[in-house]
Design a protein around this ligand. Structure first.
Ligand SMILES: C[S@@+](CC[C@H](N)C(=O)[O-])C[C@H]1O[C@@H](n2cnc3c(N)ncnc32)[C@H](O)[C@@H]1O
Length: 247
């Protein structure tokens, strides 16, 4: 099955494609957007959950979201229409690493650092898009504990591929950014995110998937559930941080 379709279905119940609750999202955006912000850029915006909420809160701001997933961008555009935001937002189909444009006040990149070859590459890339005094919202995974062999196998990862939290923040420091605020996803946020992922996918498999895809879709949901429960649950962490450019 197509990866974009899998992600679009799996995030139907939890439009933020990261283990971040609605309350946490609101608090992070409050601390992210500087007074008078006029433009925001979301690299790897998915279905636009962060960017649309930001635009609702910062009414003088316009936004651009970039993503490679056509189904996610279709969902983002539909949601922008539903919320009456179409005149303040553009969703662009393309590689975030190749995106060009005038510098902006706020750059977001949550759960999409792989587009830039990892966390450090993302920090370098976001600076190119940032006005002096601008702020960044970066969300990425780290190892909270372990990782044990089951967690590594579940994610197809190798030891050292992800840092621990101190290592992640050392990369922030090295790149010349100062963390202004941060949110560490709680166990409850992880559980809600993963239950929504597997639940929405299971329901789609049973009620909407083409007959030929049904067995494979159900198996995919089961595999994901077991990779989470028997693999990385309690070991994988997620940091979403507001960063100030101090270079
Ligand atoms: C885990 S999702 C996060 C989506 C969104 N930031 C959120 O938190 O809801 C990762 C997103 O990155 C997108 N992506 C992956 N590689 C990309 C690239 N090279 N350029 C732009 N988007 C990319 C995927 O299509 C997906 O929508």
């Amino acid at each position: 099955m197509d990866r974009s379709l899998i992600s679009a279905v799996a995030h139907r119940w939890h439009p933020v494609a990261a283990p971040v609750s609605d309350d946490s999202l609101r608090r992070l955006l409050t601390r992210l957007v500087p007074p008078g912000a006029r433009e925001a850029l979301d690299l790897g915006c998915g279905s636009g959950a962060w960017l649309l909420r930001l635009l609702e809160a910062a009414t003088g701001c316009t936004g651009v979201g970039v993503d490679t997933s056509a189904p996610a961008l279709d969902a983002a555009r539909a949601e922008a229409r539903r919320r009456g935001l179409t005149d303040r937002v553009a969703f662009v189909h393309g590689d975030a690493a190749a995106h060009t444009g005038e510098p902006v006040d706020v750059v977001l990149c949550v759960g999409a650092t792989h587009a830039f070859g990892g966390f450090a590459g993302t920090l370098t890339a976001v600076r190119r898009h940032l006005r002096p005094g601008g702020r960044v919202l970066l969300g990425d995974a780290f190892w909270e504990h372990g990782p044990g062999p089951a967690a590594l196998a579940a994610l197809g990862a190798v030891p050292g591929e992800l840092p621990d939290l101190a290592g992640l923040l050392a990369e922030v420091d090295e790149a010349g950014f100062e963390p202004g605020y941060g949110h560490l996803s709680t166990a409850a946020e992880w559980d809600e995110y993963e239950w929504c992922w597997t639940g929405a996918f299971t329901e789609w498999a049973l009620t909407e998937a083409p007959a030929d895809d049904r067995a494979a879709a159900l198996e995919l949901a089961r595999t994901h559930r077991s990779q989470w429960l028997a693999g990385y649950r309690g070991q994988l962490g997620f940091l979403t941080a507001v960063l100030h450019d101090v270079r």
